[in-house]
Design a protein around this ligand. Sequence first.
Ligand code: ATP
Length: 333
Amino acid sequence: MRVPAKVNLQLAVGPRREDGFHDLVNVFHAVSLFDEVTVREAPPRQPNPSGAGESASSGADTGVSVTAADPPEASACAGLTAGGGLGSHLARVPLDESNLAARAVALLAERTGRGSPVTVHLDKHIPVAGGMAGGSADAAAALLACDRLWGCDLPPRTLAGYAADLGSDVPFALMGATAVGMGRGEILRPLAAPGRLRWVFALSPHGLSTASVFGEYDRLRPDAPEPRLDPALATALAGGDPAALGAALTNDLQEAALSLLPELERTLKTGSGAGALGALVSGSGPTCAFLVGGVDEAEADGREAAVVAELEGSGLCEQVVSAYGDVPGATVL
Ligand code: ATP
């Protein structure tokens, strides 16, 4: 399976709800940074002395392994080469039943009663704890892979419901392309986004926990208004206008992410100063996203090269990666 990362074109965050979640207007955009997720039947176990049959798969008997290879479009920033790159993020990925991919396997087995033990291998290219929903992407891929492997062939609506139970960002990783998420982000409506966009992502050597960023948001914005889709963003997207879209990118969590990791402000200024059409923290951060143009724009070549060069030379980020969007969601290879 191949499954993309997301960047948020708009992330409007309402007040904290009684259940602890926040109402969101979350404009998701899938980009060409992909995790590859391989799910296989586990080798048969030794016969059980009690004679009982094999039980349905659970998170506990799902073997998870992880590797990372830096994508060809990636380059390390000055001064941060040694030990950097996505490989250094792998220590943050749990290999037990708390891995979101293992949780997806366990949930599908429990709901359908069709599970058999599996192994899941994650080849990670999406930054870990980077605000690009890498864990959610792996969960979506594992869910779809087991649905096919076990012959469940559930309708998309049922899979989307299971995905929402796994996490707010999981349904979008199944769907891909560009969509607005309402509720806590899981109620999706596709948005037309004609023309592909080119992006540069600055990966931070640090991770930010989503919970701590929302906590900081609650502290900074105790009277947050109800979230609304920004009409300027919707018009820019529908019109395929990268410059207008760049000017309309917003993220209500950005202030909280900058409060926890102030150096991100310099990263954003570096990319903007080099000519990016728009710059923002992706989701809860700390990855910073820079829109550099449409894929067919000749001048976007120069803009992308300038943004990449300035970020690489800044010493602020661990890695700089180019990508495009939108792209489809979780796909069987
Ligand atoms: P969010 O969806 O909240 O924006 P994120 O993109 O910032 O999340 P993830 O890469 O999804 O961050 O990881 C968040 C945490 O989830 C990690 O620190 C890690 O401990 C845990 N985790 C569980 N499963 C996975 C997985 N398959 N890949 C990465 N992290 C995982």
